[in-house]
Ligand binder design. Sequence first.
Ligand code: SF4
Ligand code: SF4
Length: 399
Amino acid sequence: MQTNLADFIRDSEEGKEADSILRKCVHCGFCTATCPTYQLLGDELDGPRGRIYLIKQVLEGVDPSSTTQLHLDRCLSCLNCETTCPSGVKYGRLLDIGRTVVESRVERPALERSLRGLLRSVIPYKERFGLLLKIGQFFRPALPASLKASTPPKVEAGEWPKPSHDRKMLVLNGCAQPAIAPNINAATARVLSRLGIDLLSVNDGCCGALSHHMSANEEALDFMRRNIDAWWPHIEDGAEAIVMTASGCGVLVKEYGHILRNDTAYAEKAAAVSDLTRDLGEVLANEDLSGLKPDLSRRVAVHSPCSLQHGQKLPGGVEGVLVGLGFSLTSVPDSHLCCGSAGSYSILHPRIAGQLKKRKLTALESGQPDVIATANIGCLAHMQGDAAVPVVHWINLID
Ligand code: SF4
Ligand code: SF4
């Protein structure tokens, strides 16, 4: 694709990156067919190729409108289009750049600004989010069915094993996960302890994804730097890996090195952090699991989050670990498609998110599983209230 970026961005880092991405796109449209929002809405501008054109126009100097913003907002950032694209177009990075420019030029209506501000000021802070969830859980029995479905019940973490091994790994605590499902990281610690690895939980926080996807870039960078500071002494002390139990966080932490590449104080550390970051599936795939004896009686439907299969490019990794342990997996049609969770998307675009969830649950339940297993807290929380069977993190099946 030929480009002629406008003066305001042409010579900047973002401009050069956007230009090289745009030039790779041959507008073949293969990506459009696999885009969930195009499939639902049928509008070219709600598919990747249309969004690429919109971003190109804006970067070439056309004034964006609220309609431009809406088409970019409706993108789930699922990156299914990146998996499909034969030309290797880095759509996700282009979208980040395009959204930031549009955000700075188009003022959102007051109500939208308030909702986005509220989400940004609650969800990334585990104490605030935890308090809000506790209040919701207290009133849960009295809530109407629709609200009840979106309020996860209280879950106990179980015991965190005492440190007793030479091998150490760090784990990201994050923000919403410790409140919604503290049993995920605790189960990870128990399983890794059985494999001879201590899992260290330190005072980190939100990975920055929520702010990043809302184009609140400085806020996102602060979260990233804070996590690097929290992990760094343990990395220097020999931690082998930073384990991600939420694939939505993992995909961003693996990008810290790229995002902070021009930050003189953090570039090197950020690159080291990204290098050490592993999805939990990657960690277990490299260990001897023969000593683990999980309960294999339930048939499992695996929901592979977009952040795992398209974002981190790890399709089939979790399935491989579960099958290797002897689990029986049901087949899941259209497993490449998004469930509609996509961070704050399910709150900001409930109609599209609800349609995608319905479609996803029909696909997951079509093989009559006893349980649905996923690798991302966002997908888990989004689906569990409407699923006919329990939705869990896959590590809880192994624990
Ligand atoms: S598949 Fe790739 S090259 Fe083709 S239109 Fe989509 S992004 Fe462009
Ligand atoms: S990231 Fe997902 S929703 Fe967005 S354009 Fe690509 S396939 Fe469509």
